[in-house]
Design a protein around this ligand. Structure first.
Ligand code: MG
Length: 243
């Protein structure tokens, strides 16, 4: 699977609380929150648990649910045991690629997109106050990008003993590209600009580098993370699943 990935501290924040995972057919981004360095711990721990979790290829849906619940539990328990980490949490958005299907598991306001030819479609719903306002028609997507409460999440991983996880799948076609990103990218850049950059760069790492460069040009007020995967069925790991 050809992919590009990068995380960048941005131009304002003192630490990078974002993180990503790439490996095999599992990809993820996480955007941690919490005082001091707690957000960085939350995103790192969640990504580690996800990466280590045994994914049963015969049952991606339960596996992803299980992995997210486990990650939630580990982050939550860690926060309860260490008072410097109280209240920490993280977004977690993951993609599991199987033959012909793209499985998405998601909590928070990081995003998964599917880019097909000239179209970019956001697959995930933002679990944020402004995300809900947009879905209810009370706010435009444009207004949401500059809303003072745009960082308020309605769901995060690790802040309570259980978490509601969105898990679903969609079919993918040859040459589709899947993008995972944190709000440090989708805030400063409009969907149409993201789509254009992905279309202009066939090389996924080249596209990711340009996406981050553009977010920095806009002042990068937040940490910025992007993972871009070029979906192709001649992929060796895809074949191996059928062996
Ligand atoms: Mg962020």
């Amino acid at each position: 699977m050809e992919f590009g990935a990068r995380t960048d501290i941005g131009l304002v924040r003192k630490i990078n609380e974002d993180g990503f995972h790439v490996g095999g057919n599992l990809f993820a981004v996480a955007d941690g929150m919490g005082g001091h360095q707690a957000g960085e711990v939350a995103s790192r721990v969640a990504l580690e648990v996800l990466a280590d979790y045994h994914i049963d290829r015969a049952d991606p849906k339960s596996s992803l649910q299980g992995a997210f619940q486990r990650a939630n539990e580990v982050v939550y328990m860690k926060a309860r045991k260490d008072k410097t980490l109280v209240g920490m949490g993280t977004t977690l958005t993951a993609l599991l690629i199987t033959e012909g299907r793209l499985w998405v598991a998601h909590v928070g306001d990081s995003r998964a997109y599917l880019c097909r030819q000239r179209e970019l479609v956001q697959l995930t719903q933002d679990h944020s106050v402004v995300g809900e306002l947009v879905r209810n028609g009370d706010l435009s997507a444009q207004e949401a990008r500059f809303h003072p409460h745009r960082n308020l999440l309605t769901r995060a991983l690790g802040t309570a003993s259980v978490v509601a996880v969105d898990v679903f799948s969609t079919e993918w076609q040859q040459d589709d590209k899947a993008l995972l990103c944190t709000d440090g990218l989708s805030g400063p850049l409009e969907d149409d600009e993201i789509r254009q950059i992905i279309q202009d760069h066939d090389d996924p790492q080249g596209a990711v580098d340009e996406l981050i460069r553009q977010a920095r040009k806009r002042g990068a007020p937040d940490n910025v993370t992007a993972v871009l995967i070029k979906l192709a069925s001649q992929d060796k790991s895809a074949r191996r699943r059928h062996a």
